[in-house]
Write a protein that binds this ligand. Structure first.
Ligand code: PLP
Length: 371
């Protein structure tokens, strides 16, 4: 089945006693055993598994062409669980432009137990030369936050395979509709389901999907089930509900995104636009090769200093000045002040998540704010 169809039906496939077409929310934390000590419903205790989480994991495994999936209480917890699953002393090649919250985990939580380098992963030679005997993981993020750098999943997959290194891809900005890293050679895909998967800025969650159930995956599943940072049945239910419209929401984000990027490129007060759908984007050809479309995430540099940049952000009326992304409502944020004083993000950079409002209204708001 095609993604549009899978997104609607994959979480509905569980038949239950009351014959619901849409699965109910199973709040029970514990499940009956039968006389043989088995679990006739397939679940034992809700931290280990529950029907709503299974429906969500099953849906994501299908949408990302993987063998299995593990849902977590946040996107960040996907990073935590994967890093925890590595043996102490393992080396990670991470991107130089990286979601700051997961970068912060490496710098402040795993700084004693793991080794890591932040590398410009658009340079394949640099990736090759960064490999050490203890390199166990290449973590990529494409398109990246906040500079929308695009890395070549297929080429990095070849490097990872040749060196027996796990390749994990944070694919949050793309969603499973626009990009499927497992089909391009990644071993693990990550999504912050808080973003496009949830799509309405009201669920916090994360999910990992694996190409195969290998030993590393067994350790990740154990961390999920025994560590216990799992999403609630209600969150899983909401996510399954949101994912049913994901393919069509993505069409809208992509359509609006292209028009907004084009508008910004032509604006005299804009110094640069970072959007993989622009022909001038340095990795546009790679983006075209590995993405079905380019999404609604972009950032741009305001001509001027930080005060002038803040003026723009303070003048928006339709856009919400708030962090996060991927919801139906357009968001704008001054990324540097979110990331803090160590941030390498330019001080005149604004990141926008183009929502599903009519594009004329979105552009009119930017026009009055920039004008
Ligand atoms: C938001 C985000 C995360 C972290 O997800 P949370 O759900 O906020 O914990 C990780 N990677 C990217 C690219 C994100 O945008």
């Amino acid at each position: 089945m095609k993604p549009e169809t899978l997104a609607i039906h994959a979480s509905n496939l569980i038949k239950n006693a009351t014959g619901d077409v849409t699965p109910p929310i199973n709040l029970s934390t514990t499940f009956f055993r039968d006389e043989d000590g088995g679990y006739p419903g397939g679940h034992m205790y809700s931290r280990v598994s529950n029907p709503n989480r299974s429906a969500l994991e099953n849906t994501l495994a299908k949408l990302e062409y993987g063998e299995d999936a593990a849902a977590f209480a946040s996107g960040n917890n996907c990073g935590m669980s994967l890093f925890q699953a590595l043996k102490p002393g393992s080396h990670i090649i991470a991107p130089d432009d990286m979601y700051w919250g997961i970068k912060k985990q490496l710098l402040t939580i795993f700084n004693d137990t793991l080794k890591f380098d932040f590398v410009d992963q658009t340079d394949l030679d640099l990736i090759n030369s960064s490999i050490k005997p203890n390199t166990k993981l290449i973590w990529i993020e494409t398109p990246s936050n906040p500079l929308l750098k695009v890395t070549d999943i297929e080429e990095i997959g070849k490097i990872a395979k040749a060196n027996n290194i796990t390749l994990a891809c944070d694919s949050t900005f793309a969603s499973p509709i626009l990009q499927n890293p497992i089909l391009l050679g990644a071993d693990i895909v990550m999504h912050s389901s808080t973003k496009y998967l949830g799509g309405h800025s009201d669920i916090l969650g994360g999910i990992l999907v694996t190409a195969k159930k290998d030993e590393l995956w067994e350790r990740i599943k154990n961390i999920q089930q025994t560590g216990g940072a799992v999403p609630s049945p209600f969150d899983c239910f909401l996510l399954c509900r949101s994912i049913k419209t994901l393919a069509y929401r993505m069409k809208g984000h992509c359509e609006n995104g292209k028009l907004v990027a084009q508008y910004l490129v032509n604006h005299p007060k804009v110094e640069a636009v970072f959007f993989p759908g622009l022909e001038t984007h340095p990795q546009h050809e790679i983006a075209k090769k590995q993405m079905k479309d380019f999404g609604g995430m972009m950032s741009f540099l305001v001509k001027g200093n930080v005060e002038e940049t803040n003026k723009v952000v303070n003048k928006v009326k339709l856009f919400a000045q708030a962090t996060s992304l991927g919801g139906v409502e357009s968001l704008i944020e001054h990324r540097y002040s979110i990331e803090g004083p160590d941030s390498k993000t330019p001080k005149n950079l604004l990141r926008i998540s183009v929502g599903l409002e009519h594009v004329d209204d979105i552009i009119a708001d930017l026009e009055q704010a920039l004008g």
